[in-house]
Design a protein around this ligand. Structure first.
Ligand code: THU
Length: 160
């Protein structure tokens, strides 16, 4: 028997103002699309903005449904849109922000497990890391240098 250890590390920015201009702009677009989320059930709005290597920015917000599991997270709305419209483009960066209609979200909100698995597919396909920045409504922004850093031991096509 042996023990192995896998560690992940993140950069923590005090606020959006500490980000580079490019990432700040991306996060601001995520904030704007977050406000358009369709979240009548959870009242929890999420926005995601992707920067592609062709210069395009692709946005998504969570889309809920009366049949709850039929809704979709913001990250997957954005990444599936990018995969559909720009199948050849690489995704360089992703900015995520979440805010509740009922209380102020200060904690950085990471993508859920299903979104991590979905983003992983594109990171593996493009063979280059996707930088992921995530925040709540205000406050700190966390940066992960890759999706793999957020999802160690991921399931992928090599196991098939
Ligand atoms: N949600 C996202 O959009 N992204 C996540 O990574 C976590 C959760 C959405 C789904 C649902 O509409 C609401 O937030 C509450 O779970």
């Amino acid at each position: 028997m042996k023990e192995i250890s896998v560690t992940s590390s993140f950069l923590v920015y005090d606020s959006i103002k500490e980000l580079s201009n490019e990432v700040q702009d991306l996060m601001e677009q995520a904030i704007e699309i977050r406000k358009k989320a369709y979240a009548p059930y959870s009242k929890f709005r999420v926005g995601a903005a992707l920067l592609l290597d062709n210069g395009k920015i692709v946005l998504g917000s969570n889309q809920e449904n009366a049949a709850y599991p039929s809704g979709l997270c913001a990250e997957r709305v954005a990444i599936f849109h990018a995969g559909s419209v720009y199948p050849e483009a690489k995704i360089l960066k992703m900015a995520i922000t979440a805010a509740s209609d009922t209380n102020q979200t200060k904690a950085p909100i990471p993508p859920c497990g299903s979104c991590r698995q979905s983003i992983a597919e594109y990171e593996i396909k493009q063979e280059t890391p996707i930088e992921i920045y995530f925040m709540g409504e205000i406050g700190e922004v966390y940066k992960s240098t890759s999706l793999k850093n957020l999802l160690p031991f991921m399931f992928d096509k090599k196991f098939l």
